[in-house]
Design a protein around this ligand. Structure first.
Ligand SMILES: Cc1ncc(COP(=O)(O)O)c(C=O)c1O
Length: 369
C-alpha cells in the first residue's frame, strides 16, 4: 500500500506538536562542514582505537554509568552526584525544558541560540523570550540586554546561554557569566550555559557551580571527542538539580557503547588536547588564507572547531553556501540569525581539506562579487 492509500490515523497529540516540524537528517555525498563534527586525523585515530577496545559486554549488557561518571568527575573536578548523562546535548536541552522550563513557565534564550531550545519550548508550549547577545557590525558580545531581560522576565524562568557564543565563535569571559548567574539567582532564575565548543577555547563554567547553585552547564561530547554519532553529553549541576533530572530516566537512553567510548576519550585526554591545539593551528591557517583573498571580511575570533566570517553583505553567505554546495561542500549561512547578518560558518577539517575549501571560497565569492 502506498503512503497515500493508507488510512489516516488520528490520535491525541500534545498541543505543542502542531507548532514544530522536525526534519530528518538526509545523507548526501557532500562533505559536511556545516555541523561542526570533529574532523581531524588525530581524533579519527583515537576513536578507531577506542572502538577496537569496546567489549561485547558494552553492548550485550545494560550499561552501568558509574565508571564514566567517576572519570568525568575527576577530569572536571566536580562531584559525581552533580553529573547527568544524556544522549547528546539536544536531548539534555529537551530534558531541561521538561524538568525546569515547563514547570517554571518561561524560557529566556540568548540569541543566536542552538535551535533545540526554541524547538523543545514550542513543543512543550513554554513561552520564549529571545534576547540578543551580539551587537554591532561586525558583532561583539554584550550581555546588557540579557541582564535587563532577567529583571523583566516573570520569575522563575530558565535562561539559556551558549559560551562560546555559537555559532558566532566569540567567547564571553566566565567572570561575566558568573555575574549573570548572580543576577539570575537574584531574580529566581536558573541559568543554563551550553559550552558545546568549550574544549576548543579552553572555556568551562563547571568550576562556577561551587558558588552558583542556580547554574547548569551542558557539555556535549559530540564535538570535543568526535562522538557525534555516539550521542552523549554531560549536564553538570548542583546534585539536587541532578536528582530532579534523574527522575526523567535519562540513563535509559545512554548506550553502553557511548559510555565506553567516552571513558576511553577521558583516558586519552592529553591526546585529545593535542588534537584541539592542532585544530587551532589549522583554523589560524585557514582564516589567514580566506582573509588574504577577502581582506574586507572579518573573522570572529577565537572560533571553535569552526571559523565564522562576517562578509558585510547580507546576501553573500547564501551565495557562498550555494556555490560550495555545487562543489560538494556543505557550510552554513548564518545571515538570517540575530546579530549575524552577512555571516557564514565553516567547520574545520584536516589541512588539505581546508586549503581546498579556502580555494573554493575564493572561487565562489569572487565569482559572485
Ligand atoms: C551550540 C550547540 N549546542 C548543542 C549542540 C548539539 O550537540 P549534541 O550533538 O550534543 O546534541 C550543537 C550542535 O551543533 C551546538 O552547536
Amino acid at each position: 500500500m502506498t503512503a497515500a492509500a493508507q488510512p489516516a490515523v488520528a490520535f491525541a497529540t500534545a498541543p505543542g506538536a502542531a507548532a514544530v516540524a522536525p526534519r530528518p537528517r538526509l545523507r548526501t555525498d557532500a562533505l559536511n562542514l556545516k555541523s561542526c563534527e570533529l574532523r581531524h586525523p588525530g581524533s579519527d585515530r583515537l576513536v578507531e582505537r577506542a572502538l577496537a577496545r569496546v567489549r561485547v559486554e558494552d553492548t550485550r549488557s545494560y550499561p552501568y554509568q558509574a565508571e564514566t561518571l567517576v572519570a568525568l568527575a575527576r577530569v572536571h573536578d566536580t562531584p559525581v552526584e552533580g553529573i547527568t548523562l544524556t544522549a547528546g546535548s539536544d536531548a539534555a536541552i529537551g530534558l531541561l525544558v521538561d524538568a525546569f522550563a515547563r514547570p517554571a513557565g518561561g524560557l529566556v534564550v540568548a540569541r543566536p541560540a542552538f535551535e533545540a531550545w526554541e524547538y523543545y519550548a514550542r513543543l512543550r508550549e513554554v513561552p520564549v523570550t529571545g534576547v540578543p547577545v551580539l551587537v554591532g557590525t561586525p558583532p561583539r558580545t554584550d550581555l546588557g540586554a540579557l541582564a535587563g531581560a532577567l529583571a523583566d522576565a516573570p520569575s522563575p524562568a530558565v535562561v539559556a546561554l551558549a559560551n562560546p557564543v555559537s555559532p558566532a565563535g566569540l567567547v564571553l569571559d566566565t567572570a561575566e557569566v558568573a555575574e549573570l548567574a548572580v543576577l539570575a539567582a537574584h531574580h529566581g532564575h536558573l541559568l543554563v550555559v551550553d559550552e558545546c565548543y568549550g574544549a576548543f577555547t579552553g572555556t568551562t563554567h563547571v568550576p562556577l557551580l561551587r558558588h552558583h547553585p542556580n547554574l547548569v552547564v551542558v557539555r556535549s561530547c559530540s564535538k570535543a571527542y568526535a562522538l557525534a554519532g555516539a550521542r552523549l553529553a554531560a549536564v553538570f549541576s548542583h546534585p539536587g538539580l541532578a536528582a530532579e533530572l534523574f527522575k526523567y530516566r535519562p540513563d535509559s537512553t545512554v548506550s553502553g557503547t557511548a559510555l565506553a567510548l567516552l571513558g576511553q576519550g577521558l583516558d586519552a585526554l592529553d591526546e585529545y588536547r593535542a588534537v584541539w591545539a592542532d585544530l587551532a593551528r589549522i583554523r589560524e591557517e585557514f582564516v589567514a588564507a580566506v582573509l588574504a583573498d577577502r581582506p574586507d571580511w572579518t573573522f570572529l575570533a577565537p572560533g571553535g572547531n569552526f571559523a565564522t566570517f562576517v562578509t558585510g553583505d547580507p546576501e553573500l553567505p547564501d551565495r557562498v553556501a550555494a556555490g560550495l554546495a555545487e562543489r560538494g561542500v556543505r557550510i552554513r549561512s548564518l545571515t538570517s540569525l540575530t546579530g549575524l547578518s552577512g555571516a557564514f560558518r565553516v567547520s574545520l577539517a584536516d589541512d588539505a581539506t581546508m586549503r581546498r575549501v579556502a580555494g573554493l571560497i575564493r572561487e565562489v565569492s569572487d565569482h559572485h562579487a
